[in-house]
Design a protein around this ligand. Sequence first.
Ligand code: HEC
Ligand code: HEC
Ligand code: HEC
Length: 465
Amino acid sequence: MKKIYLLPVAAIAIFLPLSNLLGLSGENEPIPALASSSQSFAVATKILQNKCVDCHSPGLTRMPIYAQLPIAKQLMATDIANASARLILSKAVYSGEETLPPLMLARIEGAITSNSMPPHLYLSMHWEGSLTADEKLSLLKWIAEEREKSPLSQDSTKALKAEPVQPLPLTVAVDPKKVALGDQLFHDTSLSGDNTLSCASCHGLTKGGTDQAKVATGIRGQQGPINTPTVYNASYNLAQFWDGRAKDLQAQAAGPVANPGEMGAQWDDVVTTLKQVPAYQSAFAELYPELGLTKETVTDAIAGFEQSLVTANSRFDQYLRGNDHSINANEKAGYALFKDNCASCHVGPTLGGLSYEKMGAKRDYFHRRGGPITEADLGRYNVTHDDNDRHVFKVPTLRNIELTFPYFHDGSVRELADAVRIMAKVQRNKDFKPEEIDDLVAFLKTLTGEYKGKSLVPISATESK
Ligand code: HEC
Ligand code: HEC
Ligand code: HEC
């Protein structure tokens, strides 16, 4: 694979000086930032336009100098396709009309700090394309300012507003009546075919919102195909399920009830049963006067309850809010490692949930794990049937991670330290020293928050062992 790629590159390298002689240069003047943009953005956009948009702005007429040569054209097309699958710097972005979302800022930051962009192959042909130290600082300064302006960081103390992780809000706007009704439904076993399981059976609120089992167990003891993700902070996810097949919490809640391997019920029967309970009748009549009790209103109430499952006030959040003593030196060292190695995917208030990523971005995971490849292992491919989505999963949240063992979609890893070691290897191709793993784990344990004002910490992984 590599060899095929390298051959034409050698050809281009030989042709390059010739193309310069022929004046085939594609350098254009960068377009200036909108007058309303910040000073830092005005500087950043020049760098982005000079060094990044060639590959990251599909449809752009401007091409790098080598791109007009026959073989290079094909290579360039591949680069543009791969590059824009990860990050699009549209004209609206580099003119300053549109701002980049937190995930894209984290990715750019990751590319700069790990020196991975522009790609080495490209730099070997186009050496003046690399970022200078000054340019790196300018881009990082712009990213920091974007984060400081973001509403997500409004609760962070001034010095920490530019961090890639933001505190969860201490209060969320919810309808208390809907939350109470949804809470009751979430714990009601009459949502299952044989009255044995409720949502809480698999999403225990004292177990970090999971069942703490390798895979879920449905009615009649059926073993499911995949590990149970947490319901805590799920409202922050870009979509629900490991493969993102449900667009939101309401759509998600309809799934397990009717899934024969999970709650194994028929929605019509569930609605009939619930209608026989006077307390439900009156609660639904009050909250949904037009619709009454239906599948849609049941799932809406459950989704409303789930909006309240936000685990704020972890020790790390206290730190972000300005209490420097709430995390110790090891935990801070772990956070520093985390920012350099993990935050380009595990970013934002829930340290995940914002994107889909390949399990094994840098090294094969499944070979290491062993065993046959299951349908669940295919991840997002099951939704899109796009080969690029094989083994791609929604990046899970790392909030309350010490409680949501075992880890990964296959639940194959019991210890957090092992999950961290595997992540470093397969996502970053790095081997951390034991002390570094300890620090990362220590940091991750500061992410355990509170529910209804009570810390989730006491029922921790170590105590239940
Ligand atoms: C010669 C083409 C080329 C240029 C120039 C280039 N990139 Fe890329 N970029 C790619 C390709 C190809 C990928 C996808 C493969 C990969 O991640 O290595 C990519 C991926 C990325 C990613 C996603 C990484 C991730 O998190 O997965 C970011 C961010 C990025 N580039 C930023 C930049 C920035 C910033 C610049 C300018 C300093 C730049 N790129 C210049 C080709 C390019
Ligand atoms: C038998 C165990 C079981 C029951 C009962 C169950 N779930 Fe789940 N839940 C799972 C599993 C397993 C997944 C992951 C499935 C997948 O991604 O393919 C999941 C996924 C979810 C997710 C998505 C979280 C994320 O990060 O993607 C939410 C939200 C959720 N369930 C809520 C509920 C609600 C609400 C109910 C009750 C109506 C319920 N679950 C009943 C096992 C269960
Ligand atoms: C390229 C994106 C990416 C990077 C970088 C990354 N992760 Fe992940 N992480 C993922 C994805 C995707 C999963 C889910 C994989 C699966 O379940 O198969 C995951 C899962 C995890 C899990 C298990 C979560 C759970 O609930 O099962 C932990 C813990 C974790 N990552 C920690 C880290 C740490 C620590 C780092 C840095 C050393 C890191 N990750 C770097 C994408 C990434």
